[in-house]
Design a protein around this ligand. Sequence first.
Ligand code: MG
Ligand code: MG
Length: 256
Amino acid sequence: MIRLKTEEEVALIRENALLVSKTLAEVGRHVVPGVTTLELNKIAETYIRDNGAIPAFLGYGDFPYTLCISVNDVVVHGFASGYRLKEGDIISVDCGTLMKGYYGDSAYTFPVGTVSKETERLLKTTKESLYKGIEKATVGNRIGDISFAVQDHVERAGFSVVREMVGHGIGRKLHESPEVPNYGSRGQGKKLEEGLVICIEPMVNAGTRHVYLHDDNWTLSTSDKKNSAHYELMVVVRKGKPDVLSTFDYIENKID
Ligand code: MG
Ligand code: MG
């Protein structure tokens, strides 16, 4: 069942969205060669708790960390560890908060130092595909319009879209209806209505779209070991123009 949100609820979700956005930026400031992913996880947990929220992923199902940290060929849901980042890696950081009864959830893929030209293109294309999807989050469109916009942009660039994991509604629960796939057809799927809050989150592989699940039952990696990128923002469906709740502006130094 889809639950449309009141403006009061949107305001509370926005608070979470901004905290998640700032947490990602705080983590990003520490993404340098030599740092361990456990250190990044700790930075996020401290920041979230200092700001009066609870890390939403910690203990969700049995997920054991504050962040999903997915390096290089890991697509999503990677575990923090003693691994030290090195120049040329990419690291997807997915972060969730719970505050005042509502959730926030966003993700960003950071390059570690200088990455290859092809990897740079993967990151750029994936982020662009997210914004292409967001543009379609307006009243009168359907979920499939978002899905198609993402897939079309990714595949034109020669990359592939992961099918096994999808975006989702968000609110009082971390994952609500509807699902928001990153592949699909225009004009298909549920109608987008005013006040629907969704997470759009393309997961894009440099090579094959196929993935496999590790023995830990969480970590998802590309089958061909090539890199994968992931960006996620939270959006309210509106008439005419979507309202984007979370932002990469803190990460990209457009605002403090
Ligand atoms: Mg999500
Ligand atoms: Mg997420």
